[in-house]
Design a protein around this ligand. Structure first.
Ligand code: AP5
Length: 219
């Protein structure tokens, strides 16, 4: 199965992607944000891209398309995969279509996590990440255990968060009609416990009745 997880910063893509990948039989999670942060840690991300990312801007398409193209050519992706944070522009969506079509693959579902903007800012500003394991925490709703070394992402500071949310609304939200016209878009209420949200996603991906009902699934 090939699933795209779409949603604004802080909507819960990373939190959900880990669990949904397990539910889908341990398919790989292809997260461009994680790949770029890994390159940053390894010192291989171009300085200019690093500055754009830390300030909350989107990288140009050519900085991420090749990453995904190389990743989906790896053997573990033959069982399917989940895309988290890609595509994020119409150019990226078209590039994805081309790379899938070369392999005779199709997108099965595009899941949009719908969360109000006020809640998004609050979620992102309180996010902390376990440096070693990558587990995502929220200082209030899902606090980390003691003695875990935590990372506070450079782009999780207030000004950068606003810029990321604006970029989402100006650029990434244009993808919604692109996938809706093709009958692939499933809009999910992203407010609730993480477990509730996972259940909604799994229904949207696997239940044929969902396609009949359409609209936003809140069950
Ligand atoms: P990326 O890493 O993809 O960041 P993002 O899309 O901005 O998304 P986030 O990671 O901020 O949020 P999330 O939706 O994963 O939420 P999370 O689960 O962590 O990209 C970072 C940057 O890289 C971009 O700005 C850009 O510069 C660059 N980039 C990446 N991909 C690119 C591309 N394709 N093209 C160009 N540039 C690209 O949850 C957030 C918080 O909420 C956590 O604290 C969590 O604990 C909490 N939470 C989650 N679910 C719930 C819940 N149900 N209830 C309460 N709290 C919850």
């Amino acid at each position: 199965m090939i699933v795209i997880l779409l949603g604004p910063p802080g909507s819960g893509k990373g939190t959900q992607a880990r669990v949904v990948c397990q539910e889908l039989g341990n398919v790989p999670q292809l997260a461009t944000g994680d790949m770029l942060r890994e390159a940053k840690r390894a010192g291989t991300l171009e300085r200019h891209y690093l500055d754009v990312m830390d300030a909350g801007g989107l990288l140009p398409d050519e900085a991420v398309v090749g990453l995904i193209e190389r990743r989906i050519a790896e053997p573990d992706c033959s069982r399917g995969f989940l895309l988290d944070g890609f595509p994020r522009s119409t150019g990226q969506a078209q590039a994805l279509d081309e790379m899938l079509s070369k392999r005779s693959l199709n997108i099965d579902a595009v899941v949009l996590l719908d969360v109000p903007r006020t809640l998004l800012e609050e979620r992102v500003i309180h996010r902390r990440i376990d440096k070693a394991g990558g587990q995502i925490y929220h200082l209030l709703y899902n606090p980390p255990p003691p003695n875990v070394e935590l990372e506070h992402r450079a782009d999780d500071r207030s000004e950068a968060v606003k810029k990321r949310l604006d970029s989402y609304e100006a650029i990434t939200a244009a993808l919604l009609p692109f996938y809706e016209q093709r009958g692939l878009l499933r809009q999910i209420d992203g407010v609730g416990t993480p477990e509730d949200v996972t259940r909604r996603i799994m229904v949207a991906i696997t239940d044929p009745e969902y396609l009949v009902q359409g609209g936003k699934y809140t069950g």
